[in-house]
Design a protein around this ligand. Structure first.
Ligand code: NDP
Length: 485
């Protein structure tokens, strides 16, 4: 597969690529081979200031445009992303190592969905009229101002769009910082938005590590921070944003439960467990990594799971047949392999995989542990790799308590043919995003986000508008003012 057109500089500010080699160099590594494919430079204080100034000075004119005009630009960008899906997907695969088979179906396309959805919604964003006798109040739905987006490395195109599209639809400007591990894709999103007619300065991308993110979060020019990342980073960013009373959206980690009852369709449950543990080599925040399987079907479930894992095509992610690629980095691979060792030491039964693959790049086998106990580390901590923990249960009340006994609350799934039970379990899950007889669907029309330590706020859907806009009430008196003196 040919090498895609790469971004031509590290940053995209005020409608154009900007380079500043004074920043710390960041090597971009192709996870399938470990080779360096590009170098970007971390934003210096001057670059950070340039991006924030550009956003601040462009934002009010953008907010004054009609929603129809703003939406048209976002929808044009969605069309461009779809036209260039192949090139964007190849780049996403170089950036993340995810198989092209996935990126062609999910990444630029879900980014385009967000641009199209919020582009369509921009013209419908209105306030309301509240009659109070002769007097009345009207509300204006207004932009927040300058929003900072900070991304994780697993879905760099999608995250850049999921944050950018609702922010821009509401009339905000954005400065986006991708993860240092996957810096390339967001630059292409910025390039496409400008080509679609976005005024300069409304969507800017700057590179850097946590220190650049921290500088953005604490800057007075910034009104809102939207982070996708781990819970520890979320706690730091939330606290820093609170010091400036800034709005926040926190899309954080998880250790989500999936419950497979005895009456479940085993093929579908196994399919759900595969999607919820091994898609993107397990590097998905909402993954259902604690799979509670009813004792009576456990061995049948494990047998079909192993048979289907044997058919995984592991290899070069640029080849269309490959459906399981490398982890994003050596570091992430080591973390996942470390958890495999912990699982073995704690006495869980390794039923599949567990090893690094003997080839270049950051590959490990899809891995399944059975007989996992609730207090084992592999059942409590987010691994963010292809490591599934299977736990037994035989009673619904008991498994609900165990499923909810976690600091996280991002997602949860249930497989059963019993309609009442399915909805009862979904209602009882302490999680923001639940699935019945399915796993990990994330259409732009549905709210996405976590409860408990997994986050604050919602992305996607009409709900996202509440996190990128604020209401102003305007009281209108029709008669005289009555004052006490
Ligand atoms: P991290 O929390 O390590 O980093 C997230 C982003 O925050 C990165 O861009 C990082 O920069 C930046 N950052 C780090 N420290 C700070 C700071 N003090 N101030 C501001 N920004 C900072 O997460 P990962 O990138 O490792 O991504 C994996 C995590 O993301 C998992 O926990 C996963 O569950 C979660 N996630 C959540 C999703 C959701 O929607 N709920 C979706 C996808 C992932 P840098 O890395 O460049 O140093």
């Amino acid at each position: 597969m040919s090498y895609p057109t790469q971004p031509t500089a590290s940053h995209f500010i005020n409608g154009q690529y900007v380079e500043d080699t004074a920043g710390t160099p960041i090597d971009v590594i192709y996870p399938a081979t470990g080779e360096k494919i590009a170098t970007v430079y971390s934003a210096t204080p001057a670059i950070i200031a340039q991006a924030l100034d550009a956003a601040k000075s462009a934002q009010s004119a953008w907010a004054k445009m009609s929603g129809t005009e703003r939406g048209r630009i976002l929808r044009r960008a969605a069309d461009l992303m779809r036209e260039r899906n192949h090139d964007l997907s190849v780049l996403e695969t170089f950036d993340t190592g995810k198989p092209y088979q996935e990126t062609i179906a999910v990444d630029a396309t879900s980014g385009a969905d967000a641009l199209e959805y919020f582009g369509g919604m921009a013209a419908t964003l209105t306030g309301e009229h509240i009659q109070l006798g002769e007097d009345w109040v009207y509300t204006r739905r207004e932009a927040l101002g300058v929003c900072v987006g900070i991304g994780a490395w697993n879905y760099p195109t999608q995250i850049a769009c999921w944050k950018g599209a609702p922010a821009l639809a509401c009339g905000n400007a954005m400065v986006f910082k991708p993860s240092e591990t996957t810096p390339l894709c967001a630059l292409k999103v910025a390039e496409i938005l400008v080509e679609a007619g976005l005024p300069a300065g409304i969507y800017n991308v700057i590179q850097g590590m946590g220190d650049v993110g921290a500088a953005l979060v604490t800057d007075d020019r910034v009104d809102k921070v939207s982070l996708t990342g781990s819970v520890p980073t979320g706690k730091k960013v939330y606290a820093a944003a609170a010091a400036g009373i800034k709005h926040v959206t926190m899309e954080l980690g998880g250790k989500s439960p999936m419950i497979v009852f005895e009456d479940a369709d085993i093929e579908n449950a196994v399919g759900g467990a595969i999607l919820g543990n091994f898609y993107s080599s397990g590097q998905v925040c909402s993954n259902g990594t604690r799979v509670f399987v009813h004792k009576s079907i456990k061995e049948a479930f494990l047998k079909r799971l192993s048979e289907r894992l044997d058919t995984a095509v592991i290899g070069d992610p640029q080849i269309e047949e490959t459906n399981f690629g490398p982890m994003v980095s050596e570091r992430q691979l080591e973390i996942a392999l470390g958890y495999v060792e912990k699982g073995k030491t704690e006495g869980a039964r390794l039923v599949y995989g567990g090893n690094r693959l003997d080839r270049g790049g950051f590959y490990m086998q899809p891995t399944v542990f059975a007989d996992v106990k609730d207090d084992m580390v592999i059942a409590r901590e987010e691994i963010f790799g292809p490591v599934m923990a299977v736990l037994d249960f035989d009673d619904e009340d008991d498994v609900m308590t165990r499923a909810n006994d976690t600091e996280f609350g991002l997602a949860a799934g249930v497989f059963t043919k019993d309609l009442s039970r399915a909805h009862r379990v979904a209602a009882n899950f302490e999680a923001g995003t639940c699935f019945i007889n399915s796993y990990n669907d994330a259409p732009v029309e549905a709210p996405f986000g976590g409860s408990k330590n997994s986050g604050v706020g919602r992305e996607n859907s009409k709900a996202a508008i509440n996190y990128y806009s604020q209401l102003k009430s305007v009281y209108v008196r029709m008669g005289d003012v009555e004052a006490p003196f």
